[in-house]
Design a protein around this ligand. Structure first.
Ligand code: 6R9
Length: 644
């Protein structure tokens, strides 16, 4: 699969939590007897107010799953109170600001104080268990306080990535009828300010049910203030009680909603619940990162994505770990920032995305080599397939051939890691996510939906429920069934393709549906298309991904102007602006190609397969074009493509 050699388990990991000696037996038990396996894990990793009646029951065709039914717990108690008083003075969060001179340490005692105060502020604004709270924040400790404050009182948080536009924010607030938004005056990334409060103000013009907006002063910028609605975070927190009794929740009570893109329609509100999700995040954090008490863990994701939920906040804090929150970007003020921060805070475990690694690799080794990185023990990758070249650079240059790399495959819908090496058990093949995590029962299906035995390539599916499984699409359970449980009845369909080699290693090949992965950000082609056709000079648009050296995938748009419109660069600029306005800067098209027509079947379906090939410049393998209504369209698109 890859020309690169296999890296054996290093001597320093022979004493890891999971080794070749216990992985196979534990994995087998987790599949053959999930109730016993996860029952023991739940006792080990979580604090329960009341034990459960049944570990698991599920029905894939109905899209139903329940873990630890009847069990009672509270997430903030598990992430904070449980570690007190022993860890009162241990850093829970190390915050590194955008500016390298800006950092802050929050101990577990301070975390409890901040979370309880904010929970009381929420209560004073009428928030009760089950209510939805939108969090639209920069990467500051208050983002984690806000999430945990919700869990303290049983409110359901919906974190919206701070890079989304007011329009995208509004859609998400309305979809889950949030009544409170927690935000900041501005964000700060790479020296640039992001007008978060202004975006919220715009969004809230169309959200009459939001009665409160809690605002953290991050930069101190002047912002518009609505006296009856807006609440100053620091004033309100200072005035609030520092004790807040934790709401006792059922294991299956909703914990959070997180919007993610699918192949059709608007983003879906993925709903996760309390017990199963927390167990999946906590146990995978412990085993996959081989976490040791006292170590500093750094996940560079944003809390607006699932990786930030599970591996900045819930997984680490549930284990009583020290977790980093980084406000900045990898290249500011210079491309050595990641490595300088690792030295500054003595980071032991570092978890990042291939897109960042590719960008930093392109700059060369010097910024890395200027730093020591001697604290590093383990490296991780997540979000998209990592190409073996980037893997090798990460391994050799960043980790000095000393630190294993865990390439972890999972999704917003899975809650936690699903395919991953274990650093003490798995010889590493660069570019392979390797083997299933505990309780993950994988299969590959062929075009007919039959299981592939042994080595082969196919659609990646899951045979049985796992604790962190998505429970529903908020407000639209049928959409859950249609998206994940109908394509291959009896299985959960991931939307990814994969290969299994002769040694049983899995290699994820990427999405097989109309979902793009741009710099690790998930985006539906349909979302970009709907933004483009909002323009009154545009008749039709089709969007596909194409290989991009740094981003992994770029956004390629075929756009058909209305009759009589002469397309020009000014119109292109307007379309790019429209995508940014509707979705956010992450949805900025890389290439807009004018298309007098789009290749369609006689029944009117756009043939994306062909558009993808043209975008990839793979013109020899366009495949069968005989079913096209108008084959000449393809010729003209190719001619136009060649002019780019
Ligand atoms: C955690 C996260 C999910 C999609 C997923 C897949 C891709 C994630 C990957 C990977 C190859 C890895 N993906 N990790 N592909 N190797 N290690 O990223 O969630 O934002 O929902 O994206 O990302 O295509 O289906 P999410």
């Amino acid at each position: 699969m890859s020309e690169f050699p296999v890296h054996p388990v290093p001597e320093s990991f022979k004493g890891a939590h999971i080794t070749a000696d216990n992985y196979a037996a534990m994995y087998r038990e987790s599949i053959e007897d999930p109730a016993t396996f996860w029952g023991e894990m739940a006792t080990r990793f979580l604090h329960w107010h009341q034990p459960w009646n049944e570990v698991v029951s599920y029905d894939f065709p109905k899209g139903e799953a329940a873990w630890f039914s009847g069990g009672k717990l509270n997430v903030s108690v598990n992430c904070i109170d449980r570690h007190l008083p022993e860890k009162a003075q241990q850093p829970a969060i190390i915050w590194e600001g955008d500016d390298p001179t800006d950092s802050r340490i929050i101990t577990y005692a301070e975390l409890k104080d901040a979370v309880c105060r904010l929970a009381n502020v929420l209560k004073s604004r009428g928030i009760q268990r089950g209510d939805r709270v939108c969090i639209y924040m920069p990467m500051i400790p208050e983002a984690a306080f806000a999430m945990l404050a919700c869990t303290r009182i049983g409110a359901i948080h919906s974190v919206v990535f701070g890079g989304f536009s007011p329009e995208a924010l509004k859609d998400r607030i309305l979809d889950s009828s949030c009544s409170v938004v927690i935000t900041a005056d501005e964000g700060l990334r790479g020296g640039k300010r992001v007008a978060l409060k202004r975006n919220v103000d715009k969004a809230l013009d169309a959200c009459p049910d939001v009665h409160s907006c809690i605002v953290v002063a991050r930069t101190g910028a002047e912002v518009d203030w609505h006296d009856t609605r807006d609440v100053d975070y620091s004033q309100a927190s200072a005035a609030a009680d520092s004790d807040c009794e934790a709401e006792v929740m059922d294991a299956e009570d909703p914990l959070f909603i997180l919007y993610t893109s699918g192949s059709t329609g608007k983003p879906k509100g993925v709903l996760h619940t309390t017990g199963g999700y927390l167990l999946h995040a906590a146990s995978s954090f412990h085993y996959v990162f081989d976490y040791r008490d006292g170590e500093v863990f750094w996940c560079t994701a944003d809390v607006g994505w699932v990786t930030g939920h599970s591996y900045i906040v819930y997984g680490p804090l549930c284990n009583g770990a020290t977790t980093m929150i980084f406000e900045g970007v990898p290249t500011y003020p210079d491309p050595g920032r990641f490595w300088q921060v690792i030295d500054k805070h003595q980071v032991n475990i570092f978890y990042t995305a291939p897109t960042a690694l590719r960008a930093l690799h392109a700059v060369g080794d010097e910024p890395v080599k200027r730093t020591s990185r001697s604290s590093l023990r383990l490296l991780g990758s997540v979000g998209e397939p990592i190409n073996p070249e980037a893997w090798e650079w990460y391994y050799r240059v960043v980790g000095e051939s000393r630190c294993p790399i865990v390439d972890t495959w999972w999704q917003t819908e899975t809650g936690g890691m699903m395919i991953t090496p274990f650093p003490g058990a798995t010889p590493l093949k660069p570019g392979s996510a390797s083997f299933p995590f505990f309780g993950v029962d994988l299969a590959l299906l062929n075009e007919e939906g039959a299981e592939i035995e042994g080595a082969g390539a196919g659609y990646l599916v899951i045979r049985a429920s796992w604790p962190g499984q998505i429970r529903t699409v908020y407000g639209d359970h049928q959409r859950l069934i249609d998206t994940y449980f109908s394509t291959y009845p009896g299985y959960y369909f991931t939307g990814d393709g994969a290969t299994r080699d002769e040694d049983g290693y899995y290699w994820i090949t990427g999405r097989v549906d109309d979902v793009l992965n741009v710099s690790g950000h998930r985006m539906g082609t349909a979302e970009v298309e709907s933004a483009l056709v909002l323009h009154d000079k545009i008749a039709e648009a089709a969007v596909v991904g194409f290989p991009h050296d740094i981003k992994g995938q770029g956004i390629y748009c075929y756009v058909t102007p209305m009759q009589g419109v002469t397309p020009d660069d000014a119109l292109k600029a307007e379309l790019i602006a429209l995508c940014v306005e509707e979705i956010g800067p992450i949805a900025k098209p890389d290439i807009i190609q004018w298309a007098p027509g789009l290749p369609k079947t006689r029944s009117g379906k756009i043939m994306r397969r062909i558009l993808r090939k043209i975008a990839e410049n793979e013109l020899d393998s366009l495949g069968d074009t005989s079913t096209l209504a108008d084959p000449e369209v393809v010729e003209s698109l190719i001619a136009e493509r060649q002019s780019h």
